[in-house]
Design a protein around this ligand. Structure first.
Ligand code: MRU
Length: 358
């Protein structure tokens, strides 16, 4: 199966080559495939803030390369490069607040810097680290896909229809996706008949990105208004809701794209299973519960405009772009280290001590 999954890796959103970071501009998809190049940390931070690149794992990977670019500039400038690099840690670290992978990747880069030995070339060492962060996310996607597929198989009756939200695919990760990786694998294995994807207002990641990824691969996909989710669960035989995560607190509460919480409430009401798929780099044991996760709010213009056209009067717009799903609404969290059913603090702590399963 691993080979079939690898063959499903069709899209790449992040490319490190010729000493620069190249990002597929996700603001222009699905109609234009434009690549933008970055050679400094501030540029990468702006790309993250403005959603050229998005999705928690992809943001973490990009930040690691951004830090490497910053290091190269600081070394070339001479002087106290370590002190100067702190500004790059800050600008990258503050680019988007909710995703846990950003802080995780930067702390891996800092840790590697602190372990430099005499004679090491800092630039080479950090390049190796950034590449390893990228590659390990790709590997994690493969492990999670296989674990998620086992769960779908376990509960399989006939072919199933699943509902997903936002974009958790190749565009959001270093591989072929977290939740969308499970969905891809299950479809390849003949377990899933149809994928429903919520449009994901206001940025429309579902419509613009997930539908594009799935349609390109011939996976049957239907877009629904986010507000159609309960009706869909009642009428379309949805067996699983499968979503990603931006940060998972120690007790299993999950921050993810706004609208995930209401999907979980609806899933509970309709007896639909709820699966969260995320690499362990998304789990933040330092936060006891979801109440401590910083939730990003973006400009209200995202709600009052569609594709640059004003659609509402001049009033306030409340635009939180993430919400927190309480652990007790989640059937299972799938990570590359293994799965946690009915997550709680003890089970997540135990998971984080484990080595990888596959
Ligand atoms: O605002 P976005 O598009 O960065 O939000 C993305 C999500 O909420 C994803 O579900 C999450 O980052 C997981 S991506 C594998």
């Amino acid at each position: 199966m691993r080979d079939r999954l690898l063959a499903a890796e069709k899209v790449r959103a992040i490319d490190w080559r010729d000493g620069a970071l190249h990002l597929l501009d996700q603001r222009a998809l699905p109609f234009e495939e434009t690549w933008l190049s970055y050679t400094d940390a501030a540029g990468v931070a702006e790309a993250i803030r403005s959603m050229v690149v998005r999705g928690a794992p992809a943001i973490g990977i990009s930040a690691a390369y951004g830090l490497l670019l910053g290091l190269r500039q600081r070394l070339a400038a001479g002087g106290d490069w370590r002190a100067a690099l702190e500004a790059d840690f800050i600008v990258l670290g503050e680019s988007r607040p909710t995703g846990g992978n950003l802080a995780w990747a930067l702390s891996r880069m800092r840790d590697r810097l602190q372990r430099l030995k005499d004679g090491d070339d800092p630039s080479q060492v950090l390049e190796t680290e950034a590449l390893a962060i990228h590659e390990s996310d790709r590997e994690a996607n493969l492990n999670m896909a296989q674990l998620g597929m086992e769960l779908i198989r376990k509960y399989q009756g006939s072919e199933q229809a699943v509902l997903t939200h936002c974009n958790t695919g190749a565009l959001a990760t270093g591989g072929f996706g977290t939740a969308l990786g499970v969905i891809r694998g299950a479809w390849l294995d003949g377990m899933i008949e149809h994928v429903y994807v919520g449009e994901t207002r206001p940025w429309l990641q579902g419509t613009r990105l997930t539908a594009w990824e799935l349609a390109n691969e011939g996976i049957p996909v239907t877009i629904n208004a986010d507000s159609a989710a309960a009706h869909l669960m009642k009428t379309k035989g949805i067996t699983w809701v499968i979503v990603g995560a931006d940060r998972i607190a120690a007790n299993g509460d999950v921050a993810n794209k706004i609208g995930t919480y209401q999907l979980a409430v609806n899933a509970m009401h309709h007896g639909v299973r709820f699966m969260v798929v995320a690499p362990s780099s998304t789990i933040d044991l330092a936060l006891a519960s979801g109440d401590e996760i910083p939730l990003e709010e973006r400009d209200g213009a995202e709600l009052l405009e569609v594709a640059g056209h004003r659609i509402g009067p001049d009033v306030d717009a409340f635009n939180p772009v993430f919400d927190v799903t309480p652990a007790d609404l989640i059937d299972v969290i799938v990570t590359e280290k293994g799965i946690v059913e009915r997550p709680d603090t003890a089970k997540l702590a135990q998971l984080m001590c484990r080595k990888r399963l596959h």
